[in-house]
Design a binder for this molecule. Structure first.
Ligand SMILES: [Cu+2]
Length: 157
């Protein structure tokens, strides 16, 4: 019946957004990773989650990306022996929640705005206990299952 189909579709629409989808962010969008760009403004309206990916795009002959701490970010000084990315198309998977800082180690670049600070949230595990995290995963799996089941029902009507 048409009304039953509508109810099932409505339930599916309600359930779907609860399934987290990993996002990929091109840092600086089409400007890429560069000087004279406002990365604060770029990051401001974005919600970074564990599992999302940052993509840094730049000319590897003249630039790089270094993950730093808050102090190094503020001073624009890359620590020696730090984790330097140099491919020009670097994918950084956000593995843990909290603040993350990235700068260019090339002379003067960070001071000219080539610095990114983001805050990463963990939507899947708001609780610290490992048992709770496992329960969270089981619950997420159940939501996916229910959503798929409801969608199949809707298709078969
Ligand atoms: Cu640079």
């Amino acid at each position: 019946m048409a009304s039953e189909r509508f109810v099932i579709l409505a339930i599916a629409v309600i359930l779907l957004p609860t399934v987290a989808i990993a996002m990929e962010y091109i840092v600086g969008d089409d400007k890429g990773w560069t000087t004279n760009f406002d990365y604060d403004t770029w990051a401001k309206d974005k919600m970074f989650n564990v599992g999302d990916t940052l993509v840094f795009r730049y000319d590897p002959k003249v630039d790089d990306v270094v993950k730093v701490d808050g102090a190094a970010f503020k001073d624009c000084v890359a620590p020696s022996g730090g984790d330097v990315l140099t491919s020009g198309n670097d994918n950084v998977v956000l593995k843990s929640p909290g603040n993350k800082w990235y700068i260019s180690s090339k002379s003067g670049h960070c001071a000219m705005g080539q610095k990114l600070k983001i805050s990463v949230m963990d939507m899947s595990a708001p609780e610290p206990s490992p048992n709770a995290a496992v329960r969270g995963n089981i619950f997420a799996g159940f939501q996916v299952f229910v959503t798929l089941f409801v969608l199949l029902m809707a298709v078969n009507y």
